[in-house]
Design a protein around this ligand. Structure first.
Ligand SMILES: Nc1ncnc2c1ncn2[C@@H]1O[C@H](COP(=O)(O)OP(=O)(O)OP(=O)(O)O)[C@@H](O)[C@H]1O
Ligand SMILES: [Mg+2]
Length: 499
């Protein structure tokens, strides 16, 4: 189900993304704050599984309390937890299968698992397409067999309210929220030659206050003339490389526009730095700092079509049909801004999943299968753990059952019966891949190989690690001390000690 959150500014957030919910709510307890931090770590590191990590960490902490009540020292509990974690990581690795990242159907299964629980699950096919195309577009070999997938920088999501969600596309190029500077300039150019600048096309004014004393009238004319000459020289330097489109991060003066228009060049001004970077990657142009350094090599020629289109009542620049884009814009359409924001968040999860698998091509079974496998195998191994450490070790095994249990509860089935059934299935195969899990819709025990619910190994590893580590961290705490607020502590720094 979606949650509707009201923020203090009166806006609303419509989401069921774990991180987005936690980010918005207000908490006072320091332990709760540290849990929220967990969700953030998970989100930044792997982009998905934020809800899982919170549920898991909560359960592990709940299971730690009985251990403390048994008078087991936190240090002992922690070392048992660490041991269990090492074994759990091993189990995750054992139950994973390698994946061919070029196989579309596997990648789609994977992405649809990640958005299956989300608002956009109705548009699953479309979202899979968008995420897969975007990630494939921006991924490239960084040399030395390393892959580089920078979604944040090179795959920008532009949200334009209006239209239908089905109208969303990944452009084979970039879109900018800009219009041309002069109405007479060309609005559609095929195979444009593109020049990217990060300098102004204006007369350079003095940085600080400048006084000029003029004694003759001709001098005044000369000053104006010099300004014009300077702009003309800049434009001439640009015209020399014969571009069709000039795009600068700074301003373009009226005079410069006039010269450019005469040379039949279209100009865009005040383009964002991040947008310029994307255009540079998509079109093969180099961003040049001074017009006098422009050479033929700096001109981008990879773009197939430049066009200004009107969507809603705003003008947008499209640089599409790029031959080897390496950067792209994902154009999202939808009924309202809040819905678009949620679609954006879902898409980000989907893209992170695809990216994780490109980096680390292993899949773990979802639907609680991996968690159950860890739980059963740890419970088995617990028998060999000596001394009191056995109890906290077992606690980790038990707490991992929370994931399949939650899935069963959400499907409306009987947790006790299904969990026992699932445990039995896992007890049968103690080594290798055991992919029995819960079908979240039908509420049955099924083989994930049949259901096709898979998740990247990186996400499973990260969520178990983060959950256990955070529980360990909180166990080390034995007291909460509130720092004095600035007002009550007297006269600033060093003013304490009067209590
Ligand atoms: N059809 C399904 N049947 C059973 N389990 C499923 C199904 N689809 C997804 N899951 C499971 O649901 C869990 C993911 O849920 P969800 O995406 O809501 O949360 P999350 O990934 O932990 O956090 P986030 O809010 O960041 O996405 C995974 O454990 C996954 O295996
Ligand atoms: Mg998810």
């Amino acid at each position: 189900m979606l949650k509707m959150l009201l923020d203090p500014m009166g806006g609303i957030v419509l989401t069921n993304d774990g991180h987005a919910i936690l980010r918005e709510i207000e908490v006072a307890h320091p332990a709760a704050k540290s849990m929220i931090e967990l969700a953030r770590t998970q989100d930044e590191e792997v982009g998905d599984g934020t809800t899982t990590v919170i549920i898991l960490a909560g359960e592990i902490l709940a299971m730690s309390l009985p251990q403390l009540e048994r008078n087991i020292h936190p240090v002992v509990i922690i070392s048992a937890f660490k041991r269990a974690l090492a074994d759990a990581v091993q189990v995750i690795q054992d139950t994973s299968i390698p994946v061919d990242v070029n196989d579309d159907s596997v990648m789609r299964d994977l992405i649809s698992t990640s958005i299956g629980t989300k608002f956009t699950s109705r548009y699953s096919d479309l979202m899979c397409d968008l995420a897969l195309t975007a990630v494939r577009t921006v991924s490239h070999d960084a040399g030395g067999g390393k892959k580089e997938v920078d979604i944040k920088r090179y795959a920008r999501v532009e949200k334009i309210p209006g239209g239908e969600i089905e109208d969303s596309t990944v452009l084979d190029g970039v879109m900018l929220n800009k219009d041309i500077t002069h109405p007479k300039m060309r609005r559609r150019i095929e195979n444009p030659r593109i020049v990217l600048l990060d300098c102004t096309l204006e007369y350079k004014k003095g940085e600080s206050q400048t006084n000029i004393e003029i004694s003759k009238e001709e001098d005044w004319n000369r000053i104006l003339q010099i300004e014009e000459e300077q702009v003309r020289a800049m434009c001439d330097a640009i015209v020399a490389v014969k571009p069709d489109l000039v795009e600068t991060e700074k301003g373009v003066s009226d005079l410069a526009q006039h010269f450019l228009l005469k040379a039949n060049i279209t100009a865009l001004r005040r383009v964002r730095k991040s947008d310029t970077n994307r255009v540079a990657r998509a079109t093969g142009a180099t961003i040049v700092n001074s017009v006098f350094d422009l050479t033929e090599r700096d001109v981008g020629t990879q773009c197939g079509l430049f066009e200004i289109s009107k969507i809603g009542d705003e003008y947008f620049t499209f640089l599409t049909k790029c031959r080897t884009p390496k950067a792209c814009t994902i154009l999202l359409r939808g009924p309202s801004k809040d819905i678009l924001n949620e679609v954006d968040r879902n898409l980000l999860d989907a893209m992170s999943v695809a990216r994780n698998v490109l980096f680390h091509p292993f899949l773990s079974p979802g639907g609680g299968a991996t968690e159950m496998a860890i739980s059963v195998r740890l419970a088995q191994k617990a028998k060999a753990v000596e001394g009191v450490q056995q109890w906290p070790y077992r606690a980790i095994a038990e707490s991992l059952e929370v994931i399949p249990r939650t899935l069963i509860q959400n499907a409306g089935a009987s947790p006790i019966r299904l969990l026992t059934q699932l445990r039995a299935k896992h007890a049968e195969c103690m080594t290798g891949v055991c992919s029995w899990g819960i079908d979240g819709e039908a509420g049955k025990v099924v083989d994930m190989k049949v259901l096709g619910v898979w998740e990247p190994q990186a996400i499973k590893l990260q969520s178990v690690k983060t959950a256990v580590e955070s529980a360990c961290l909180l166990l080390r705490v034995d007291d909460i001390v509130g720092a004095k607020s600035a007002k009550t502590s007297g006269v600033g720094v060093g003013g304490g000690g009067d209590d």
